[in-house]
Structure formats: structure tokens, C-alpha cells
Design a protein around this ligand. Structure first.
Ligand code: SAM
Length: 223
């Protein structure tokens, strides 16, 4: 099975995929074909393949900013052997979709308000704030009205990071890159509201992570 050699391991993903799946089952409509999900920062491709195999009626589009992992995403895709999982595309989420240069694949012109769901796992805390800003800005343009953005990772609440292990994790992130760090849910809500997106529900998941469900409540034509 030469094609699987490029598959990179993801121990954290193996641990969090089932708790995330249980949340997704509450919100993703797999009842009939036609729904579309765009994953931002797919990493090695574990979640996209796992989720595609559990939601065969939902078309899953993985994406990454780092081209090094493309072959791994494709290897997970080949192994999953499902029809509803696309090859990865290049997306730098800090950039506006109106300027994405992968226009033969996905951009605002071809994909405005076309996605039912967007998924972003473990990116917000480990990227500069421009990526979070871009995530909400682009979700506002690519999601259908009523569409959901689902994010997963560690978050602060009302300015408090807890427990101590997350405080230490935040410090280690910031020491690696001062622009990184665990974001506060309220600060993210400010970014979302500016883009017509509201926090709908929050789930506490294992390892002191949360899954946040955001809903695009305003269409692009709404004033
Ligand atoms: C901790 S990894 C998480 C990967 C995967 N979602 C997972 O949970 O295994 C963070 C990911 O964010 C991606 N990333 C960094 N900057 C980005 C950007 N500007 N746009 C999109 N993704 C980015 C990295 O390439 C990396 O794959």
C-alpha cells in the first residue's frame, strides 16, 4: 500500500476525533445528499477522512495553508475510500476569500454562501489573531445563511484560562510565538458579531477543550 506511506500520524486527533464526532452528530444533517462542509486547517487530514466516513451525504472539502501536509491529507483520503471527500486545496484563512488565488478551485466568486458547514479544529490558539479574524470574515462570505461554523480547541472564558494545564499551555504557545495564545470566547464573539455570526452553543470536551457552534444569522444581502 505505497499510497499510505505519506500518511502522517496525529495522536491528539486520534484522541479528540470521537468527542468532536459526538458534537457534530447533533448539528450536521446527513439525512439526504447535497450538504457541503469546508474544513479550514485540516492538518494531516485525519479529521476530514474520519468525518467524511461518518457523514456520507455531506461533501467534505479539506484545506490547508501548509502544502507539506497535502500528500498526507490525500493519503488519509485514499485510505478512507469514500466518495464524499475531496482532495485538499490551499487556503490561507488570514486572507480574504475575495483574494484567494486558487480560483480554479474555491473562492468567493464561485462559492459565495454555498457551504452549509465550516469546521476548524485546533487552529485559533496556534495562529496569529489574523487567522481568527479571517475565519469569521470568510465564514460570513462562504456559509449559507443559517450555516454553522464549528470550532474546537482550548478557550478562555471571561478572561480566565483554566485549569492550570491550559495556563501553562498558553504560556508555552506565547513563548514559541508571541502572536499565538489561547483566545477568549468573548473576544471571538466580538469578531463573529461584526460578521453576522452568533455563538449558538458551547460544549466542554475532554482534555479541557471546547467545541463551539457558531451560526451565520445574517445573509450577505441582509442590511
Ligand atoms: C495544531 S494544527 C491543527 C491541525 C488539524 N486541524 C488537527 O486538529 O489535527 C494547526 C494547523 O493550522 C494551520 N494553519 C496555520 N496557519 C494557517 C493559515 N493562515 N490558514 C490556514 N491554516 C493555517 C497549520 O498549517 C496547522 O495544520
Amino acid at each position: 500500500m505505497m499510497s499510505y506511506i505519506r500518511k502522517l500520524s496525529n495522536p491528539a486527533g486520534e484522541r479528540n476525533k470521537n468527542p468532536i464526532l459526538e458534537v457534530l452528530k447533533k448539528f450536521l444533517d446527513n439525512s439526504e445528499p447535497g450538504k457541503k462542509l469546508l474544513e479550514i486547517s485540516s492538518g494531516v487530514g485525519l479529521h476530514a477522512a474520519f468525518i467524511a466516513s461518518h457523514f456520507p451525504n455531506i461533501n467534505i472539502q479539506p484545506s490547508e495553508n501548509d502544502p507539506v501536509v497535502f500528500s498526507s491529507i490525500d493519503a488519509y483520503r485514499q485510505e478512507a475510500n469514500v466518495k464524499n471527500l475531496q482532495s485538499p486545496i490551499a487556503i490561507d484563512i488570514s486572507r480574504p476569500c475575495t483574494e484567494w488565488d486558487n480560483d480554479h478551485q474555491l473562492n468567493f466568486q464561485t462559492s459565495a454562501e454555498s457551504f452549509d458547514y465550516m469546521l476548524n479544529i485546533n487552529m485559533i490558539h496556534i495562529t496569529p489573531i489574523e487567522c481568527s479574524k479571517g475565519l469569521f470574515w470568510n465564514a460570513a462570505r462562504l456559509l449559507k445563511k443559517g450555516g454553522l461554523l464549528i470550532t474546537y480547541g482550548p478557550y478562555a472564558v471571561n478572561g480566565v484560562i483554566s485549569p492550570e494545564s491550559n495556563v501553562n499551555f498558553d504560556a508555552s504557545l506565547r513563548s514559541r510565538n508571541p502572536a499565538w495564545g489561547i483566545r477568549d470566547v468573548t473576544a471571538l464573539e466580538k469578531l463573529s458579531t461584526e460578521n453576522g455570526i452568533e455563538l449558538k452553543q458551547t460544549f466542554d470536551l475532554p482534555a479541557n477543550n471546547k467545541c463551539l457552534i457558531w451560526e451565520k444569522v445574517k445573509g450577505l444581502q441582509d442590511t
